[in-house]
Design a protein around this ligand. Structure first.
Ligand code: NIG
Ligand code: FE
Length: 418
């Protein structure tokens, strides 16, 4: 089935000319075609100006359905390259406490925070975890996301982490979207190892990682290297061991304080270092030289009232910069990438164009899927979103509402009642 969307008021392709990521000034080049058209089946077949449509038949290109894009914006689906959507329970009570003045860290220190979700997740079945994750993923897709990274990390023992990874595997199987899975056994220290954290690192490296690698359920390994969580030394051991077992690595880095985690990510060949609220210039330089993607999560800074990452410096230094949701029940409970664009532009001072490139092609690059998605280029998957607005910046201008009118995943209309 071939579909032609024509007369598109604002067709944003994020064309990379085959480079598959954008950095520096090129982040502003998102290749908008005014009055554009796009032809696709499961793959994108042709993109151009509407005035060229009449000559397509002569070139042997045909279609079965025509969709009118008048007054609409069409863009590549968002690639949400950092989420924790597979978990159980909720933390609305903690949210209420935070509104009364408690900080995220105070709540964590008193046994809440990640530990509270760990208690709920450990006692949930794979099916429950799958259903919870599916509900959030469907919501995210309805807001324009067509590719995800999903982390484990709310069990902190072998059995539970594998259970989370199995739930993610079920999502991979049953949803038509791209999903990459990440083992985050080093999200926090389990309560059983509270007084001997190094023993947990040994257990993670000697017992958990080999089994997780053997299961084939995780595409990446991640760790939370930060103040009060894993040290650089512990993180290094975990990442190096993961690599030994053939896994690629990414990192939660310098979210709560500068501990040199950005540099650790660069030195260990992490594909991305995420958060970076307090990252040092040294770390940024190392990340630039190693090609490590800087993944910024403005929803988290907003939700736990922290200073935003210095996106201007990071972009202007030339790092490959992505933005993502960090959807999780504690520090950022939204799966809406349009809202993340709004926060990135208003509060991190990114341009609308930079935010869109960071939320699409660069997220895809960090997940190793930018050859098939993240931009609208002939030959790539038809992961296409139609927005009910005349130009792309309206998504950020008219903020806090859902502008999506239709999502195509690999050329198929996504049905919200799936
Ligand atoms: O990315 N930084 C570490 N982990 C999550 C928070 C998880 C939670 O509070 O449940 C994050 O912000
Ligand atoms: Fe996170």
């Amino acid at each position: 089935m071939k579909t032609l969307i024509r007369n598109i008021s604002s067709l944003v392709t994020v064309d990379t000319k085959g480079k598959n990521y954008k950095s520096g000034k090129d982040l502003n080049n998102i290749s908008e075609i005014k009055s554009g058209a796009i032809l696709f089946d499961s793959k994108i077949l042709w993109i151009g100006s509407d005035s060229e449509v009449e000559s397509l038949n002569e070139k042997g290109l045909t279609w079965d359905i025509v969709v009118d894009g008048t007054g609409k914006t069409v863009m590549p689906g968002f690639v949400d390259s950092h989420t924790h959507i597979v978990f159980s329970g909720d933390r609305s009570d903690e949210f209420a406490k935070r509104l009364r003045g408690a900080t995220y860290q105070e709540i964590a220190e008193s046994g809440g925070g990640i530990q509270s979700t760990v208690r709920a997740t450990r006692s949930a079945s794979v099916e429950e975890l799958y259903n919870n994750g599916l509900r959030l993923a469907i919501n995210a897709i309805a807001h324009g996301t067509t590719s995800f990274e999903i982390k484990s990390g709310y069990s902190l023992n072998l059995e539970g982490e594998l259970k989370q990874l199995q739930a993610i595997a079920l999502m991979k199987k049953n949803l038509n979207v791209n999903i990459k899975s990440t083992f985050l056994g080093a999200h926090d220290f389990p309560i059983e190892y509270k007084n001997n954290p190094d023993d947990y690192v040994d257990y993670l490296c000697d017992v958990m990682l080999p089994k997780v690698a053997e299961s084939g359920l995780a595409d990446y390994c991640d760790a939370f290297v930060d103040k009060g969580y894993y040290t650089v030394e512990q993180g290094k051991k975990i990442l190096e061991t993961a690599k030994k077992y053939g896994m690629s690595v990414r990192l939660h880095a310098d979210e709560l304080a500068d501990v040199g985690a950005g540099k650790l990510a660069a030195d260990t060949g992490c594909v991305s270092a995420d958060h970076l609220l307090f990252v040092s210039d040294d770390s940024l330089l190392a990340m630039k030289n190693s090609g490590t993607v800087a993944c910024l999560l403005p929803g988290t800074a907003y939700f736990i009232r922290m200073p935003y990452a210095n996106a201007r410096k990071i972009i202007d230094m030339g790092l490959i910069t992505a933005i993502a949701t960090d959807t999780n029940p504690g520090s950022c409970f939204t799966e809406n990438m349009q809202l993340i664009l709004s926060l990135a532009t208003i509060n991190m001072r990114m341009t609308a164009e930079e935010a869109i490139a960071a939320a699409t092609i660069n997220g895809a690059y960090s997940l190793g899927i930018s050859d098939i998605t993240g931009s609208l280029e002939p030959g790539k998957d038809a992961d296409i979103v139609i927005y009910e607005c005349k130009t792309y910046s309206d998504i950020m201008y008219h903020f806090g509402i859902n502008h999506v009118s239709r999502v195509y995943i690999k050329g198929q209309i996504f049905n919200n009642n799936n």
